[in-house]
Design a protein around this ligand. Sequence first.
Ligand code: CP
Length: 311
Amino acid sequence: MSWTRKHLLDLESLSVEEINIVLETTRAFKAVGERTIKKVPALRGKTVVNLFVEPSTRTRTSFELAATRLSADVVNFNTEMSSFKKGETLKDTARNLEALNVDMVIIRHSAAGAPHFLSRVLKASVVNAGDGAHEHPTQGLLDAFTILEKKGRIAGLNVTILGDIQFSRVARSNIWALTRLGANVTLCGPSTLVPRFFEQMGCRVTHDVDEAIESADVINLLRIQHERQRKSAFPSVGEYNSLFGLTRARFARAKPDVVIMHPGPINRGVEINSEVADCDRSVILEQVTNGLAVRMAVLFLLNGGNGAHEV
Ligand code: CP
């Protein structure tokens, strides 16, 4: 099977074969990133726009670096200095960028569906870099790649996603990718943030944090998405930490070879304590490194690249 998609909008619609093409291409680009000369000409002459209408450190920087490593010209759209401030719509903004002959638009937006909307009005390829609480597909892919790298497989592993699931696009993209690849996904957190309806996505839901930690091969922590919650889902961050945080005491009961993940940004002392975030089982910064290779793979494939063997 070869890659035929023009856009990457979500992981829900990707087949196992398509996810595996991205993971194999990522492996090839990770090797490229370890060479002395890390730049390849795959996107020479192409223009990529980073249209981030929500804050980002990791995703925006790694997409910029990925496009640069592929030899594309990159424009970082500055929302604060843009005509958004004068009332210009997302559609008009994107069409004006397209009038400058851009080839790819990477969008992060607080509205779920914004990337899908752009894909219908633009001729350029569109990549979803996070849309509201809907999806963050490249995060789901880099998390799957990191688990594969650390554990050698995904099928049959017990992956616990612990934290604010309800408002998390990372959770949804992880669930689609990991269940499709055969992992047993458990969602855990307060009942106000982990509703039972997630079971319809093929996951187990529990509010027993100790059991969810003890049975896990991988624990993926999520921060509380205050920016998307209309009212507080728990009394205080201190209480959240004592009831659901990955503290040193809870971590001591996890499997000795457990892998600790977090998409970032971390809220230390809330969902994870510093001793755990910085311990030798934590792969949080390796996730960031893998994010660059995943994003190179995605841009390469969307531009017509033919998979790992072509890299
Ligand atoms: N993981 C993630 O999306 O981080 P940023 O918000 O910094 O891009």
